[in-house]
Design a protein around this ligand. Structure first.
Ligand code: PMP
Length: 330
């Protein structure tokens, strides 16, 4: 069935099912594509300008020829949302997926009448697809597991550029899915032995009332991560970047993950060992409450409501960006 939703693809709006890019695209050949995933709160996009700014840093560094200005792209984002809103429920939030690649490789230009163009995609789908299955994590907590897959250091392929060369994150997820128990989320160390980030999220610990996160070196500098600094500032809580060793996580009072779709998720265990008392951390809760207040959405309730609404989602256990499989070894 046609959802009715439309995708912006290289200057046109096409149906979701027809939104396809060429097998000759550099994105497929090299994983050579930058992207952003956004979300709304009460239908209002959150930090869209910051997402677009990060995207354009990647476009610049990868030398992708981009005709659209950041303002053009922002307008396209809003236009896409406007076209799709009729197909969303009142309680739905808009999750945009923005993909940009340099387009088909030059050697294949005869296929395209020698007219090669940058590939630009803006898709818009309900946020609940991403977050519905996270609902139990607010009661059960994440078990962060250290995987042997390391984060790629910036001097090899800079993870600060949000790019589609993500097979190492996928490998981290596959590894995490091999661990016993449930709610296992991969945590990657950099080659220096310090914690870097998760496979789709940034990582924080809390010790003696201070919030710590890995230095923004071998990880994506998350928009959510940056907002945690803002919220901590609003609350008068100290938040600092620091090299974090596994030892610091084992001995922390609290830990949490951050990422655009869910904002903050509490981590109760690290390698199956309780973090602090293994329950919802006090400061983690304060940050979630403050965030909820700032955006006018009860973060936990919204995800729990989506969880109830989408109980049937992902019945086939296909991989999700945040979990490779939901039933391995359970
Ligand atoms: N690290 C990685 C590897 C990610 O993919 C993401 C989100 N996609 C994040 C961190 C969190 O970034 P943000 O807060 O901007 O969503």
């Amino acid at each position: 069935m046609d959802s009715g939703r439309l995708v912006y693809l290289n200057g046109k709006y096409v149906s979701e099912k027809d939104a396809k890019i060429s097998i000759f695209d550099s994105a497929l050949m090299f994983g050579d594509m930058v992207f952003e995933m956004t979300r709304s709160f009460k239908k209002k996009q959150f930090k869209l300008k910051e997402h677009i700014e990060r995207l354009y840093y990647g476009i610049k560094i990868y030398r992708i020829p981009m005709k659209l200005s950041p303002e053009d792209l922002e307008n396209i984002c809003y236009e896409t949302i406007e076209k799709n809103e009729p197909f969303f429920n009142d309680t739905d939030e808009h999750r945009l997926m923005i993909n940009v690649s340099r387009g088909p490789l030059g050697i294949y230009s005869p296929i395209f009448d020698n007219k090669l163009e940058t590939t630009v995609v803006v898709a818009d789908f309900p946020l609940k697809w991403t977050v519905a299955y996270m609902a139990p994590l607010y009661d059960e907590g994440v078990n962060a597991v250290l995987v042997s897959q390391r984060a790629i250091p910036a001097h090899l392929a800079d993870p600060k550029i949000k790019n589609r060369s993500r097979v190492f994150y996928q490998m981290a997820n596959i590894e995490a899915s091999m661990f016993r128990g449930k709610n296992n989320w991969a945590l990657l160390m950099g080659t220096d032995g310090f914690i870097a980030e998760g496979s789709g999220d940034n990582f924080f610990i809390v010790k003696n009332g201070v919030v710590y996160t890995p230095e923004g070196r071998d990880c994506l500098v998350g928009i959510t991560r940056n907002y945690i600094f803002e919220i901590c500032d609003q609350l008068g809580i100290k938040c600092v970047e620091k090299n974090i060793e596994p030892y610091h996580v084992y001995t922390a009072d609290e830990a949490f993950m951050t990422g655009t779709p869910f904002s903050i998720l509490p981590v109760f265990r690290f390698n199956e060992t309780p973090v602090g008392d293994g329950k919802f951390g006090k400061i983690t809760k304060i940050l979630i409450d403050k965030w909820s207040k700032n955006v006018g959405v009860d973060l936990i309730k919204q995800i729990k409501d989506f969880g109830k609404e989408c109980a049937d989602l992902n019945k086939n256990n296909a991989p999700t960006p945040y979990q490779f499989s939901t039933d391995n070894n359970q």
